[in-house]
Design a binder for this molecule. Structure first.
Ligand code: ADP
Ligand code: TRP
Length: 326
């Protein structure tokens, strides 16, 4: 008997230029999931609407995110890949879930509280963000939700909402599990802090050659002279090199650090070569898609059709169970 594959779902907000942290922390995992699971992956533009108020900008960010992900290996034939707002049923389910969710549960959301503490003037959409995320997960009957640690509580809230709905209205939703990859180390930025677009320390995947070179050559290193022995374990260049190189290559570079006589500039050049070689096919594909936007739109339309079919069938059950279908 053929084992059925697990339904895995994740959303990615379209938020600008992707960097090495996004790739190793999330996108590579998604691309790998396509092989082993029934993957659903979407661009969370409704979530972005809580903070982006420029229509042209949101449209551009959404199409760019689609091109980025397709270039990096998302394959619309192997996974269901679409834009969140193309399935308006999720907005309907968000309302239904909001009506069974106690205020207390929503008020405990760390992500919301953190944003408010940072001085953001919250809108109702931001407060309701976890209910929209729950609708995304539940409407597709997802079993596993790979997210970063910061999103774990949102998946737990989703479980609470699903239990509540099932107990009030009858079994309707699959209860999802969060999938937090503890082993995915935080990718360091050029200054050694976590690589993040908010810290201006990123190495962009789809930057120009000159931008990538400038970022790599600008990685902060200590002032150990060329002749001296160096400690690879504390060096940002070495940590990044390890993401691309084989075990043998990594050991070789570690040997050179420890032996002395090699400057950090050399290690940076080796890292730059690795980055360029690994991302070359992705960068070429990205250029191709940019020149053929109709292919991107076609892929998204195909994905939206598949996603919508499932969302529609779940909503039929929800409408029947809640009495909205009269
Ligand atoms: P940023 O910190 O640049 O704003 P996001 O929060 O938009 O990045 O990140 C999207 C996803 O990419 C996160 O959920 C996380 O899984 C992954 N990610 C981002 N930065 C890193 C990093 N430095 N190391 C590992 N994963 C990361
Ligand atoms: N909130 C997630 C983030 O910012 C994106 C997201 C939206 C998501 N809906 C989702 C992730 C559903 C997983 C499942 O990273």
């Amino acid at each position: 008997m053929k084992a059925t594959k697990k339904r895995v779902l994740s959303g990615i907000q379209p938020s600008g230029r992707l960097h090495l942290g996004n790739y190793f922390g999330m996108i590579k995992r998604m691309v790998e999931y396509q092989e082993s699971s029934d993957l659903f992956c979407f661009i969370a533009n409704l979530h972005s609407l809580t903070s982006v108020t420029d229509g042209k900008a949101l449209k551009k960010l959404t199409l760019e995110a689609a091109m980025d992900l397709l270039a990096l290996g998302m394959d619309p034939k192997k996974s269901v890949f679409w834009v969140q707002s193309d399935v308006p049923e999720v907005a309907e389910l968000t309302w239904v879930l909001a009506c069974i969710t106690p205020m207390g549960l929503m008020e405990r959301a760390h992500s919301y509280k953190d944003k408010v503490a940072k001085g953001i003037l919250p809108n109702l959409g931001l407060f309701n963000y976890p209910a929209l995320m729950a609708a995304d997960i539940l409407i597709y009957q997802s079993e596993l939700v790979p997210v970063g640690k910061d999103q774990k509580q949102h998946v737990e809230m989703t479980r609470d909402m699903a239990f509540k709905f099932n107990s009030v209205f009858g079994e309707t939703f699959t209860i999802p599990e969060p999938d937090i990859a503890e082993e995915v180390a935080t990718v360091p930025g050029t200054d050694g802090q976590k690589m993040s677009k908010s810290y201006n320390n990123t190495i962009p995947i789809f930057g120009t050659d000159a931008e990538i070179k400038k970022a790599v050559m600008g990685i902060v290193t200590d002032s150990t002279p060329v002749e001296a022995c160096k400690d690879p374990s504390t060096c940002n260049v070495f940590k990044l090199y390890g993401l691309f190189a084989s075990k043998k290559e990594t050991d070789e570079l570690a040997g050179k650090y420890k032996a002395g006589g090699m400057g950090y500039g050399n290690a940076k050049k080796m890292l730059l070569e690795k980055i360029m070689a690994e991302f070359k096919p992705f960068r070429e594909k990205r250029e191709y898609l940019e020149a053929h936007p109709a292919e991107v739109e076609k892929a998204l339309e195909f994905g939206a059709g598949r996603a919508r079919k499932i969302a529609h069938s779940t909503m039929e059950k929800v409408r029947a169970a809640t009495g909205l279908k009269y």
